[in-house]
Structures are given as structure tokens and as C-alpha cells.
Design a protein around this ligand. Structure first.
Ligand SMILES: [Zn+2]
Length: 454
């Protein structure tokens, strides 16, 4: 052991003691020891005393060693105080770093359990204490927390006031927060105006009171701190707004899905003819089949139809182009704008043909080979397997893997409306625009229905 004593290593708290015996019985280590300091200090007057009045044994639980709980049987002395005027005629010695007055645990175990209680509270803390071979009940842990002194706080300049449930739906209290440090300042036993007013009177100096919009706290703040500025806190404003938007979106929930369009056979034939026409140039000249040429052709076709006054949706259907593709073409004044940049990285060779495939599928054509031949004739350069993989979910009756066909939920749309527009992806911005366009009365009147503001 390099000259180290095993007791010194395993029982550092007991360094100042004379250890008489160590016993192992089952899962418990029992250490018998006695204090050996020649004198002790009176806790009341601070006088030193060497006059022993009596001795007795204290039992202390210490932190576990090697998974065994540790009990210290400690012989301590009661001393006589030498100061005649001292209110304490006798006192019991404490061992520094080990004992404290009336404590039944060592200082170290006490600190460990306090930390466990603060981190995990009652039930979970009690389970951990068992694992640490220092089992205590959940009530003991809660008592440890309650016995800790309240942290020192100063009266905040900006005070947040809100209610919290002691028992949800039945008993509510009020929590006071220092908004600048974000730390709790105090708890009030109820949410009455008078209680808050009293606290504010006893703690002058609050300049701003941040609260919900219920009348109780407004009244309490007015009475207790008439000079303080009252502001509605942002959380409650956003919460109320979001609830109002959600109610409105729910009323329009049938309009969230994009309307299904079942094309007539004439439209289908026309779409196929358009698609063939667009890709004809590229097919005729495969050697010069360059991305830039195709882009120019499509750009021309899209802008020709836009000039005829057709909607982008209609153009995407007619040309068999994805709607995002049509949008990009429509926005670009010249095809050159589209050739440069990141647009080349397309998700799938099938993208341009998906609207056409969906149209044919709805018409009843579900044979992969037939569809393959059709889109190949229209310029599709991918393989049959890619097409088969794409059609598989359609076969099983599931929604196609194109997530854009799943209608957004009320929650989705509520979040799109209430979020900052800059934080929305272009895809969501477009979907939201579509939904707002389908709901002519989509700007909701500010109603007072629903729960009263808090
Ligand atoms: Zn004394």
C-alpha cells in the first residue's frame, strides 16, 4: 500500500478518530471509534474546555465502501463549559468534517443525499440511494431539501409573476421570477391580488412587472407597486395568438388538402402530346443533348403558356413538369439563370414525369412496362427499376412517396402561420400560400370566443 494505511484511504472522514474496531457483517461495515482531541470548543461562547462531563455513543451512517453500507459507532464526550455566564452549562463535541449537531449521518453522506434530493427529488432519489447502498425514504430526501436554507435573493428590478399548479385544476400558487437572472425569487401560497400586493409592499424597488392578462395579478401589482410598469409577458401573448390561429385553421381543415384533379382523356392525350413536343428536340439530336438546350426549350415552353394566361399549376399538368420546376422556370427571366448554380442536382430522374404518371395511374393505367414505354418515348432516360420502385407504394394503396401529396396537419399549418416567414422553407411557404388562396376568408376576424385570456 506504499506506506498508506487502508483506513486512511477508505475512511478519510475518520482520520481524527481513534479506530478501535472494524467489523463486516453481511452488507454492513461497522466501525467503532472515539474522538481523541484533547479539548473542545463551546458552540455558544467559544471557550475551550478540557473538563469531560460524560461520554456516550452516537451511531452515524457514513457513505458506502465497496457496496457495503457503513455504520460508525462513535464515542463522544460531553464537556463542561468553563464560562460561568454561558447559557450552555455542558456541550457535546463535534468532529470536524464528520459530525454536525443532531445529525445521524456523516457530513459526507448528508451532502451526497442532499445532492441526490435536489437532482432527483423523492421517488427517483430514493431508488438511487438504494443503488448507492445508502437507502433512505423519499420523505427523508424531501425533508433534506426543505431543511436547506433558502438561497439569498435581492428584490428584482424586473419581476415575472405567473401561477403554477400545486395540484392541477385544484390548488394554485404564484411563482415570482427575476426576469433578468431567470431565477425564482419566491413562491406565494395562492394567486390572490392581495397576496401579491403584500409581497410587493414588503419588497419595494420592482420597476417592471411582467404578467399574464388575468385581472388578479394586474390588481395586485397596481395595489402593491403602483409606480411599476406592467407588461403582458410574451409567452402568454404568443400562446393566446397560437390558440386563436389553431381554432381558425381547424375551421378550415377540409381545405388543407390540395384538391385532387382527375383529368379527362382529352387532357391526358394533350399533356402527353405537349411532353413529347418539348422533348422532341433533345431526342432528335442525342449527341447534342445537353442540359442547357433542354433548359432553354422548357423555359420557352413555360413562358409561352404563361403568356397565354395559364396558371403554373395548369402548366405543370400540361407539360408534365414538377410544380417546383415550373415555378423556377417561371421566375427566371432568361434560361441562362437556370443553368448556373445548384439546380443541376435533381432528386430523381423521374421528377419531371411524376405528375404525368399520377395522371395515368388515376386513369387506370398501372402497368409499369406500359408507363415506362410512354415516358421513355417522351424523353425519360432512367431505367425501369426506378419507375417500379416509385410505383410500389401506389400499388399497396399507400400514398405515393411524394410527401407533398400528404395534406399538412392543423398543427403544421398553425406553425407555418405563426412562425417568422423567413424561417419557413420555400416548400412550406408555397404550401401555405396555396392554402391561404383556397380559403377566401382566410384572414380570421379577431374573435373573443374560446377561453378567456389569461
Ligand atoms: Zn460556553
Amino acid at each position: 500500500m506504499n506506506g498508506l494505511d487502508a483506513e486512511e484511504v477508505l475512511l478519510p472522514d475518520l482520520d481524527d478518530l481513534e479506530i478501535a474496531n472494524i467489523e463486516i457483517g453481511g452488507d454492513t461495515v461497522t466501525v467503532s471509534a472515539c474522538a481523541r482531541a484533547p479539548e473542545a470548543l463551546c458552540p455558544a461562547c467559544g471557550a475551550r474546555s478540557r473538563r469531560v462531563h460524560s461520554r456516550y455513543e452516537r451511531r452515524l451512517a457514513d457513505s458506502a465502501i465497496g457496496g457495503r453500507r457503513v455504520i460508525v459507532k462513535l464515542q463522544v464526550r460531553r464537556f463542561r463549559c468553563p464560562t460561568t455566564s454561558c447559557p450552555r452549562a455542558t456541550f457535546v463535541e463535534q468532529v470536524a468534517g464528520l459530525t454536525f449537531r443532531h445529525g445521524r449521518r456523516s457530513l459526507r453522506l448528508h451532502t451526497i443525499l442532499q445532492t441526490v434530493a435536489l437532482m432527483l427529488a423523492g421517488r427517483a432519489g430514493a431508488r438511487l440511494s438504494d443503488v448507492l447502498s445508502s437507502k433512505v425514504s423519499r420523505s427523508t430526501l424531501l425533508r433534506l431539501v426543505r431543511a436547506m436554507p433558502d438561497p439569498q435573493t435581492t428584490t428584482p428590478r424586473v419581476l415575472g409573476v405567473d401561477d403554477f399548479a400545486l395540484r392541477k385544476g385544484h390548488v394554485y400558487g404564484t411563482v415570482l421570477i427575476n426576469i433578468e437572472t431567470r431565477r425564482p425569487v419566491d413562491l406565494l401560497p395562492d394567486r390572490e391580488a392581495a397576496t401579491l400586493a403584500r409581497w410587493l409592499t414588503e419588497h419595494p424597488g420592482v420597476e417592471v412587472i411582467c404578467r399574464d392578462r388575468a385581472i388578479g395579478y394586474a390588481e395586485g401589482a397596481r395595489l402593491g407597486a403602483p409606480d411599476a410598469v406592467q407588461v403582458a409577458d410574451r409567452w402568454h401573448l404568443f400562446h393566446n395568438l397560437t390558440e386563436a390561429v389553431e381554432r381558425c385553421v381547424t375551421r378550415h381543415s377540409t381545405q388543407l388538402r390540395e384538391p385532387a384533379h382527375i383529368p379527362t382523356p382529352e387532357e391526358s392525350a394533350a399533356a402527353l402530346a405537349e411532353l413529347e413536343k418539348i422533348t422532341a428536340t433533345a431526342k432528335a439530336d442525342r449527341g447534342a443533348h445537353r442540359y442547357a438546350d433542354r433548359t432553354r426549350d422548357r423555359h420557352d415552353a413555360v413562358h409561352a403558356l404563361l403568356d397565354q394566361g395559364l396558371s403554373r399549376w395548369e402548366i405543370s399538368r400540361r407539360l408534365g413538369l414538377a410544380r417546383g420546376t415550373v415555378r423556377r422556370f417561371a421566375r427566371a427571366a432568361a434560361p441562362e439563370e437556370l443553368v448556373a448554380g445548384k439546380w443541376q442536382g435533381r432528386a430523381s430522374v423521374l421528377d419531371d414525369y411524376k405528375p404525368y404518371l399520377h395522371q395515368r395511374w388515376q386513369e387506370g393505367c398501372t402497368t409499369a412496362k406500359t408507363l415506362f414505354d410512354e415516358i421513355k418515348a417522351a424523353g425519360y432516360t432512367g431505367g425501369l427499376t426506378v419507375l417500379r420502385d416509385y410505383l410500389r407504394p401506389l400499388r399497396s394503396g399507400a400514398q405515393p412517396q411524394d410527401r407533398s401529396t400528404r395534406p399538412p396537419s392543423v398543427r403544421d399549418v398553425t406553425s407555418w402561420i405563426t412562425r417568422h416567414p423567413d424561417s419557413l422553407t420555400p416548400d412550406k411557404t408555397l404550401k401555405l400560400k396555396g392554402i391561404l388562396a383556397r380559403c377566401p376568408n382566410s384572414i380570421p376576424p379577431l374573435t373573443t370566443s374560446g377561453p378567456s385570456p389569461r
